[in-house]
Structure formats: C-alpha cells, structure tokens
Design a protein around this ligand. Structure first.
Ligand SMILES: CC(C)(COP(=O)(O)OP(=O)(O)OC[C@H]1O[C@@H](n2cnc3c(N)ncnc32)[C@H](O)[C@@H]1OP(=O)(O)O)[C@@H](O)C(=O)NCCC(=O)NCCS
Length: 184
C-alpha cells in the first residue's frame, strides 16, 4: 500500500491528518454548528476523541476502506476543515466534509471536494461517489451540485449524532459524468 498522498488545489492542500492538528480539530470541530449537520462528529469534541479518530486513519487507509484528509491552506498549513471518502460498496464511496465556521462561504468545501473526487476516481477507480445531507443543510447540497453531483432523492439513514434515523437528500456523481464535465 502506497503512503497516503497530499492533494493540491489552487488555495489548499489536502494532506493526511496528524497529531499536530489536534488543537485546531478540537476548536473547529468542537463548534456545535459543525456537529449539528455532519452526522458523525460527537459533541463536545475533545482531545481524546480527536486522538481516537486519528488512530483509525492508518488502518482505514491501508485497507482502502476510508481516506481522511486535513484541508489546510497553503502555504501556512492552517487547518480549515476535514474531508473524507468512505467505501459504501465494491466500487463506490461516500464523500463527507466539514469546514470550520470562520472559513465558511469562501468556496473551500467546493474546492476540496473537487480534489477528493478526482482522487476517488483516479486512485480508487470508483464508478460513482455518493453524498448526503440533511434537508436543512442546503449549503452542503450546493457543494455537491457545484461538483456535478445529481440529486437522487430523499432517503432515510442512520444519523448517529441525533440518535436515530433521519431523512437525508442523496446525491451521486458517476465516473462517466465526472469525465464528461472534465472534457466540457
Ligand atoms: C456545508 C459546508 C461544508 C460548506 O462549506 P463552505 O466552504 O462554506 O462551502 P462553499 O463556500 O464551497 O459553498 C457553499 C455554497 O452554499 C451556499 N449556501 C450557503 N448557505 C446556504 C443556505 N443557507 N442556503 C442555500 N445555499 C447556501 C453558498 O452560497 C455556496 O454556494 P454558491 O457558491 O453557489 O454561492 C460548511 O457549511 C460546513 O462545514 N457545515 C457544517 C458541517 C456540514 O454540514 N458538513 C456537510 C455534511 S453533509
């Protein structure tokens, strides 16, 4: 297994998360506005939780089941958020992300998403990437739509942070559509 690469965009680097990110993770992911709509982030978000989460990255990468990237600005390397791919089928994966509140509205999620999509199709040879968000979180839907995803419909799925099932808007980007958009 090759080591996890870093992915560069115009303004950002998507690099493997590290222990040095823990203080910024606790501050940024600890904001209740992040936990409210991500579905997977516990609240309050403590240092211990950050360390436990970081410990899952190496096994997730080596089995090809999960890839988590710190979204940092360049060249400072300040943490702006996190973006992840999680396999949800033989050749499909789900994309998930959050951006720290002080950096909202600058197009960073859209930019990071584009880089991780390319990684998923190029390096994991995925046939499709899925994305989901709560209906009351339209900003996340915009990030997916701006990256070429199409709305598939509304599904019910486990939303751990709320302790049960929730309705989620479900999107998909196929490899064919991604390639066609690149050639456009
Ligand atoms: C969703 C989130 C990742 C967006 O990050 P971001 O870096 O601000 O996103 P971008 O700037 O790339 O794009 C946001 C888009 O949503 C739009 N938007 C923002 N708030 C909106 C709202 N209330 N209704 C509709 N659109 C909205 C913005 O205008 C922008 O679209 P535009 O470029 O067409 O104008 C960020 O708000 C976040 O981390 N939220 C908490 C965690 C979360 O919900 N993660 C996703 C879980 S599915």
């Amino acid at each position: 297994m090759l080591p996890q690469p870093s992915l560069l965009t115009e303004r950002l680097a998507l690099r493997p998360c590290s222990e040095r990110d823990v203080p910024a993770l606790v501050t940024l992911a600890g904001d209740p506005r992040i936990a409210a709509t991500t579905g997977t982030l516990p609240h309050p978000y403590t240092e211990a939780i950050a360390h436990q989460w970081l410990a899952t990255h190496a096994p997730g990468w080596s089995t090809g089941s999960q890839a988590h990237f710190a979204i940092v600005d360049r060249p400072r390397d300040d943490l702006r958020g996190v973006i992840s791919l999680r396999r949800d089928g033989q050749d499909t994966a789900n994309i998930g992300y959050w951006i720290g509140v002080p950096s909202w509205g600058q197009g960073l999620a859209t930019e990071a998403c584009a880089a991780l999509i390319a990684f998923g199709f190029d390096h994991w040879a995925l046939s499709a990437i899925n994305g989901r968000h709560l209906p009351e979180n339209p900003a996340s839907g915009r990030v997916l739509l701006k990256n070429g995803f199409t709305l598939q419909g509304r599904v019910r799925a486990l939303f751990p942070i709320r302790g049960g099932e929730e309705e989620l808007d479900s999107y998909q980007l196929t490899r064919e559509r991604w390639l066609a958009r690149l050639l456009d």
